[in-house]
Design a protein around this ligand. Structure first.
Ligand code: GDD
Ligand code: MN
Length: 373
């Protein structure tokens, strides 16, 4: 063995997990900066990459061949920021685990401060809080800032925790806590911190370490303001005692929007194009509602698996076919219940519920199952 270290000695004290998708140019820089920031304690950087086509995992593996402080998990046919972070944490044996973005937007130089706060017991969760005044660097658009502020305010109300920046994607926590919470955390969202705090249900001692949020170094953001919706999904998920998955909440809300689209479209046809007749109106309204459901689910609910460009057409056709079965089931169940002497609205509601569950199952398991490149 060429190693000069004692075999079996010294596990890292801190594991810093970095979820990555298309960050090949940023990872070597991040690793260098963390080496500089975290001199004292034994630490490791765990890159959890969702098989990025730009070869992020190859870059990380090459670094790992030279330096054991970095390792990489290449996940295949899977995607999702939160899930990647959770899996990285689950592979750690350190006392503390952290998460940091791979695009250098987070200031790694505050990692020692986070560590100190946890090590000396001032807290068991240290959050990197983005400074809002001074030079935020204009890295958040006004619209995104407003949305983020609203979400944060709402979060403080429901969580009862005075956290300035719950949407932060940069924090450190005692591993034993996430280890206990892990089975209850949602792999589908982006707001992993919100999930951790809500899952812990109080009892966390939170410390905040302010830093200046930077502009993304290279590559592009995978998140849009629409992704803020996953925050609402998380909130309802927790309110339902963990019963409803985030994605189901989003899917059902978008279904409600689709219903609205349907009614508006139908009444518009009946009003302005009466000569087309009710059946044609119903058909047009159905297609528009399906299109709205498809587009919104594609952008929000299943964003990591999103169809784009020419594949959009194939995706929409598959979705429409899948949903038609849901519509038939809806009509059949509703009429069966109705003839079995149920009240009209109970029958209607049962039918609608059945089709939402059906469409959700089809969408999750068949339509948006893998990344479309
Ligand atoms: N493994 C994996 N899988 N990593 C991903 C995925 C994915 O599906 N999607 C994004 N990432 C990685 C990116 O490569 C980056 O390292 C990090 O997750 C954050 O993604 P960005 O695309 O840079 O997100 P952002 O800058 O728009 O959002 C950040 O700020 C939000 C608050 O405004 C993130 O920190 C969010 O977590 C945070 O909520
Ligand atoms: Mn970013």
């Amino acid at each position: 063995m060429a190693s000069d270290e004692t075999p079996g000695r010294s596990k890292p004290t801190v594991s810093v997990v970095v979820p990555t998708y298309q960050e090949s140019t940023n990872i070597p820089i991040l690793f260098d900066r963390i080496k500089y920031a975290l001199k004292a304690e034994p630490w490791e950087l765990i890159v959890v990459d969702d098989d990025s086509p730009d070869g992020t995992s190859s870059v990380a593996f090459a670094l790992a061949a030279e330096d054991r402080r970095i390792r990489c998990l290449r996940r295949v046919n899977r995607t999702g920021l939160a899930g990647a972070v959770i899996e990285g944490w689950m592979s750690s044996s350190a006392d503390f685990v952290a998460v940091i973005d791979g695009d250098l937007q987070h200031d790694e130089s505050i990692l020692p401060k986070m560590y100190e706060a946890l090590a000396k017991g001032s807290g068991n969760l240290a959050i990197g809080t983005r400074l809002r005044d001074g030079d935020l660097g204009g890295s958040l658009s006004p619209a995104r800032q407003a949305l983020s502020d609203m979400g944060a305010w709402f979060f403080r109300r429901i969580a009862g925790a005075p956290v300035a920046d719950p949407m932060s994607g940069f924090f450190m926590i005692r591993r034993e806590i996430v280890s206990r919470l892990a089975p209850r955390l949602s792999p589908d969202g982006f707001k992993i911190l919100v999930d951790v705090i809500l899952s812990a249900g109080g009892g966390l001692k939170i410390v905040e370490v302010p830093y200046v949020f930077r502009k993304r170094n290279s590559g592009e953001s995978k998140l849009t303001p629409l992704v803020g919706m996953d925050f609402l999904g998380l909130v309802v998920h927790h309110a339902s005692g963990g019963l409803l998955p985030i994605r189901f909440v989003l899917f059902a809300s978008i279904g409600a929007v689709g219903l609205l689209v349907h009614i508006v479209a139908l009444s518009a046809v009946l009003h302005w194009f009466r000569m087309l007749g009710f059946e044609a109106g119903q058909l047009i309204a159905t297609i528009l509602a399906m299109a709205s459901n498809f587009i919104l689910n594609n952008e929000i609910t299943y964003r990591p698996y999103r169809y784009s460009g020419p594949s959009l057409v194939a995706g929409f056709v598959a979705f429409a076919l899948g949903c038609s079965v849901g519509v038939l089931a809806n009509i059949n169940v509703a009429s069966w219940l109705y003839t079995a002497d149920e009240t009209w609205w109970v029958a209607g509601l049962a039918g609608a519920l059945l089709s939402v569950v059906w469409n959700y199952a089809v969408s999750t398991n068949l339509i948006w199952r893998r990344r479309h490149r």
